[in-house]
Design a protein around this ligand. Structure first.
Ligand SMILES: Cc1cc2nc3c(=O)[nH]c(=O)nc-3n(C[C@H](O)[C@H](O)[C@H](O)COP(=O)(O)OP(=O)(O)OC[C@H]3O[C@@H](n4cnc5c(N)ncnc54)[C@H](O)[C@@H]3O)c2cc1C
Length: 338
């Protein structure tokens, strides 16, 4: 691990004055005078310990006052500060009542210890967990190299990788919480160095590998996430989330699904269906949404929607198990709504 200095940011403006790089910039073209944000530090210190990131200075934004609040207003919705920990979100009674799928997603992420330190801003900005991307010995597309090691049909270890939108990089996004946030049509509030604030729908926050190989989200170096905002649910909103893992405790998702629906009796009036660990970024399945809208929520219609979601799946050499896994998980998540 290289030596770096530490800066304790006192405010958003103070942090933005210090920082000059994102983790994405540094992995792509590392410079010797990089200064980067650290919130919970779980992901940042992984990179630093592996020697893939060699910052000159780390700017600690974890203690900036005001970014650690949760507030709920039945008319305006839910606001979660970027420094709120996953543990705090997981134990909030209003979130459990009004945004059940988010409560479920958070409580199935990582471990209790990790949830105590991981923040929401850091969670959605963390980089993917492809072992080739995280290995100093593999200069893959994402780091400016000329190949995808995971894609190789014989030598590629691609069990955990993408089955949708996997034409270039085949990693899957690491945040399983983003799956639920996107299903609730959350917005990301970002402030830049000029103090300007923009509110970006979660659907536009993530950058597909086909659009830009170096990025997984739109964040620029001198930008900071301050809040995530979720619209208020109506009295007919219902939601559910399921995550499939190889081991019950602290494991990354193999397939996770969030469903948010407006219902009338047992009929789906509108649906928001998002898949995690399916594609390089959280994947909204418009096909599944259209297949279940204005239908009775029953086994037959839920299975038809799940199969529609998988129509464009292109599994790799070792992950075709994900297709039936997603079909059963989407079906069950929809049925859990009724
Ligand atoms: C064993 C293990 C299992 C895990 N399992 C899961 C899981 O199942 N599901 C899941 O979703 N996550 C999982 N995680 C991820 C973990 O819970 C953290 O959310 C994640 O590592 C980053 O959170 P952090 O606050 O520590 O971010 P940091 O490491 O501090 O930051 C991560 C990135 O975000 C940037 N950043 C941080 N805050 C901001 C901000 N406010 N504005 C702009 N940029 C910012 C940093 O510069 C950095 O690039 C797991 C982690 C481990 C180690």
């Amino acid at each position: 691990m290289n030596k770096f200095s530490w800066y304790e940011a006192k405010s958003v403006e103070d942090a933005l004055e210090q920082v000059n790089s994102t983790v994405s910039d540094e992995l792509y073209q590392s410079s010797e005078n990089a200064t980067i944000f650290k919130s919970g530090g779980v992901d940042v210190f992984d990179w630093v310990k592996e020697g893939l990131l060699k910052p000159q200075m780390i700017v600690n934004i974890r203690n900036i006052p005001g970014l650690d609040k949760i507030s709920y207003d039945p008319k305006k919705g839910l606001r979660i500060g970027s420094n709120v920990t996953l543990a705090e979100i997981g134990s909030d009674p209003e979130i459990k009542n009004q945004y059940l799928a988010l409560h479920q997603a958070v409580n199935h992420a990582a471990t209790p210890q990790l949830r105590n330190v991981s923040t929401l801003g850091g969670n959605i900005a963390q980089r993917n967990r492809c072992w080739y991307f995280r290995s100093a010995d593999h200069n893959c597309y994402r780091k400016g190299g000329d190949r995808c090691f995971a894609r190789h049909s014989k030598t590629g270890e691609n069990e955990n990788h993408a089955i949708l939108d996997n034409g270039s990089c085949v990693s899957v996004h690491a945040s399983s919480i983003a799956t639920a946030l996107m299903a609730f049509n959350a917005n990301v509030v970002i402030v830049n160095a000029e103090g300007k604030q923009k509110t970006v729908p979660m659907d536009d926050f993530f950058v597909s590998a086909g659009e830009d190989m170096a990025m997984e989200n739109i964040l620029q170096a001198k930008e900071i996430i301050t809040e995530i905002v979720l619209p208020p649910p109506s009295k007919n909103t219902k939601s559910s989330y399921i995550k499939q893992v190889a081991r019950e405790s602290y494991d990354w998702s193999l397939a996770d699904v969030a469903v948010v629906m407006e219902v009338s009796g047992n009929t789906c009036k509108s649906a928001s269906i998002v898949l995690g660990a399916a594609a390089p970024v959280p994947y909204r399945s418009v096909e599944a949404q259209q297949a279940i809208e204005n239908k009775t929520i029953n086994s037959e219609n839920a299975t038809a929607a799940a199969k529609a979601a998988m129509a464009k799946a292109r599994p790799l050499s070792k992950n075709d198990y994900k297709v039936p896994l997603f079909v059963s998980t989407i079906t069950q998540t929809i049925l859990d709504i009724s």
